[in-house]
Design a protein around this ligand. Sequence first.
Ligand SMILES: Cc1cc2nc3c(=O)[nH]c(=O)nc-3n(C[C@H](O)[C@H](O)[C@H](O)COP(=O)(O)OP(=O)(O)OC[C@H]3O[C@@H](n4cnc5c(N)ncnc54)[C@H](O)[C@@H]3O)c2cc1C
Length: 604
Amino acid sequence: MNAVSAPSPSPSPSPGAGPLHATHEVLNQPAPMAGHNLFDLDPALRDAITRHGAAFDVPNLRALGAQLGLPEWIEHGHNANVEPPKLRLFDRFGHRINQVAYHPSYHALMAESKRWRIDSLAWVDRRPGALVARLGRSYLMGQVEQGHGCPITMTFASVPALRHQPDVAAFWLPKILSGAYDGDDRPAPEKAGVTLGMAMTEKQGGSDVRANTTQATPVSARSGPGAAYRLVGHKWFCSAPMCDAFLTLAQTPRGLSCFLVPRWAPEGDADALQAEAFGGATRFTRNPIWVQRLKDKVGNRSNASSEVEYHGALGWMVGGEGRGVATILEMVAHTRLDCIVGSAATIRQVVSQAAWHARGRSAFGGRLADKPLMRNVLADLHLESEAAIALGLRIGRAWDEARAHDDGARPSAGPSDAAPGSDSRPFARIATAIAKYHVCKIAPTVAYEAMECLGGGGFVEESPIGRHFRDAPVNSIWEGSGNVICLDVLRAMAREPESLSALRDELSGRRGLDDRYDAALLALERELADGGDLELRARGLVERLALQLQGAVLLAAAAEGAGQAAVADAFCASRLRREGATRHFGTLPRGVAVDALLERCLPA
Ligand SMILES: Cc1cc2nc3c(=O)[nH]c(=O)nc-3n(C[C@H](O)[C@H](O)[C@H](O)COP(=O)(O)OP(=O)(O)OC[C@H]3O[C@@H](n4cnc5c(N)ncnc54)[C@H](O)[C@@H]3O)c2cc1C
């Protein structure tokens, strides 16, 4: 189905709804939003996918969009969260097993994300645009359920880190990239596919991982990259503890280093414990990674997040000794990119729910969707959705080009905003941090405003918006909290001047297309030139950079159609003209093409 018609208020009684209430008929309630194609219904996604080189994946995205619109998949998203994971520390004989039991819907979502290769596409498909295609799939899946995306993202992002250590990667990469899901608690060699987690954060410091106290000691005379170690210490957050292995930071005499720590460890002498022997091992025991408890979280409930202790757990060093942070650098870039696109998915889902509700609900003699002030709110919210996915996939394109550059300058896949053959990594690096700050931070606000569009019904747990609202803040908190990300942008500007130049090129490339954009860029340049109190001003500066970048990306797309032109115009009119004032949604100025925005939000 390409478009959706207005949800008719539920008839009374609806077929199969049972007898009438004794006191009243149920009137003026929209039908649930289901049975639509999440891809076909989303012009912003379709435009960005094509624009950024992933048109080849449209048939897959369309099939996935149709699948995820089915009531059964919406139900899986709901079920995985209302019945949260449960910790089973011991079996009935008293053995410590550290298992987490999930609702079957969680496993269904995991298996489907694996099958659609959301955890592997860009690594198994070297075509230009494959990373953008993967992000498109992840964006669709994130609209149905966000929590299981945590291990899927970590698994995907672990690949660049593992490639630092070929003797460890030799066993693990094929299992990661297999597309198979096996949620059983068994040694990895017995499984067709595996998932990977990350264990960095400790009680005394998460942002500042240099404060980690977990110690790693070699099991034999061999030490350094690839060697086997025993780890002792704790991790204060370790999500998805049923993963088959965890990339873990721990201290050695040369400093913080990265280790792959499997859930099940081989038994035997020092030789049997070496990384190369892992795939051929036949005797395994549970690696002593003791789950202490599961976190009781505000949201993100389908995803078990645990506290763990390593009681001499076996692990192999990945990357250089003392180079732990450098080893996980690209991994962090990919998890941050997934946070951006995950937040874009949240924004899209809640805004489309709000628009759907407004079409099916009347008040004061007319449909909410026809009331000018509600139209302003919805159009304004939708702008946020357009800007989020457009920027997310633009940055995805840059990482894709960086991948191509590494592979040896493959041809470009479509209209590119970067010079052919150039290394897009400097742009990707700084733009990821800028977008991570802004898109992840605005998502909870959008979710709250979308919730209000549903009135009181938006604030009950049965509404899908409540879950997305509770899930939304975490993308801003993990993988670099807001302040830390802003400081990272400053660091990139100071230490990697090529990042700032690449950003400036992107921004100045759109000069001359819109006066408001040009004026904002001038003001931004003045701010950048002022080196005083940078740390104090970092949030304001990064927010302006993000808005300017979103403006640039939307203006670049505006030449491609009237819909995109209306979006870019509305964005410049509402986001680039205002000076630092608190801004609520529903304040689009007169003259903005609200009709065109709403048509893109939910095609009639
Ligand atoms: C649901 C969930 C799941 C998670 N899963 C994992 C996981 O699987 N593995 C893992 O390793 N971690 C995980 N984390 C942990 C997460 O990555 C950390 O919570 C995060 O990095 C912040 O670290 P912290 O909690 O120690 O806060 P802190 O580092 O103490 O930061 C507290 C606040 O101070 C700010 N701040 C820090 N430094 C500065 C500064 N120099 N100037 C100004 N402000 C500053 C931060 O922005 C933040 O707002 C998870 C967290 C959550 C909520």
